[in-house]
Ligand binder design. Structure first.
Ligand SMILES: NC(=O)NCCC[C@H](N)C(=O)O
Length: 258
């Protein structure tokens, strides 16, 4: 039976010191962030996900963005080597969590760097963004880890946003969605739908045709609802101030056969 487990990680008390690269720094309300995180986790649970908390990493301001520390393909967990040095200590706790779940574990090694936010899976195709956080060696190592498992790894340039998945994600039918001004090469994706808001490019597939989206993209929510999708929204404003999206607050493990 395919699993419906999701890794999440409680925000660090130092969240407000998280990195910002492409946007102006804004004051983060840590109390509100905590409430938003609880509501995000609750939304996953309501839609049938068993949430598993990775041991908190209180010294790592960005540790709540748990998806950057690991990439899953089937039951193989590829532990990343984050492009930002301040985030490297985040991976140990995530490695322990996936090993405990029985995943087969693999690693990105120096000189490779790769953030999980740069990896978008659409069926057997694994798009990897070569950008500010993921380098060429990271792309090669990802390919070496997943191609033998049947993945088709496609590298795409990312220059306008933090991560590939800050620019594009995919709908349940495989259509890739993105806000054109933030996508380097929309033509690299076979089915591409342009959405009216930057935050509208981020969807988490909850299963059963449901999409989890940020409340900050109402026009896109309307567009996707009109196309027959079932949209669930959460307010993640405090994480958006740190360039976080709905996708990066969890790692969904769909193919653990335990
Ligand atoms: N996958 C993601 O979109 N992660 C967001 C990471 C935000 C964090 N402040 C960072 O710059 O690394």
């Amino acid at each position: 039976m395919p699993s419906k487990k999701a890794l999440v990680r409680r925000p660090s008390p130092r969240l407000a010191d998280g990195l910002v690269t492409h946007i102006e720094r804004e004051k983060v309300d840590a109390g509100l962030a905590g409430e938003q995180w609880e509501a995000y986790v609750e939304a996953l649970r309501t839609h049938g996900w068993e949430t598993i908390e990775v041991e908190p990493a209180d010294d790592c301001p960005d540790s709540v963005f748990v998806e950057d520390a690991v990439v899953m393909y089937r039951n193989v967990a590829l532990i990343t080597r984050p492009g930002a040095e301040s985030r490297r200590a985040e991976t140990a706790g995530v490695e322990e969590a996936v090993a405990r779940l029985g995943c087969s574990v693999n690693w990105i090694w120096e000189p490779g760097t790769l953030d999980g936010g740069d990896v978008l899976k659409v069926g057997e195709t694994v798009y990897v963004g070569r950008g500010g956080r993921t380098n060429a060696a990271g792309v090669q190592q990802l390919r070496a880890a997943f191609e033998p498992l049947g993945a088709r790894v496609v590298a795409v340039p990312v220059s306008k946003v933090l991560h590939l998945k800050s620019a594009v994600t995919a709908l349940p039918d495989g259509t890739v969605i993105g806000h054109i001004p933030k996508v380097d090469r929309p033509s690299l994706f076979p089915g591409f739908l342009s959405v009216p808001e930057e935050a509208g490019a981020h969807v988490v597939l909850l299963g059963g045709g449901k999409l989890l989206m940020a409340a900050s993209a109402p026009k896109t929510a309307e567009l996707l609802t009109d196309l027959g999708h079932d949209v669930v929204t959460v307010d993640i404003s405090e994480f958006e101030k740190l360039e976080g999206c709905v996708t990066c607050l969890s790692v969904r493990l769909r193919e653990l056969y335990t």
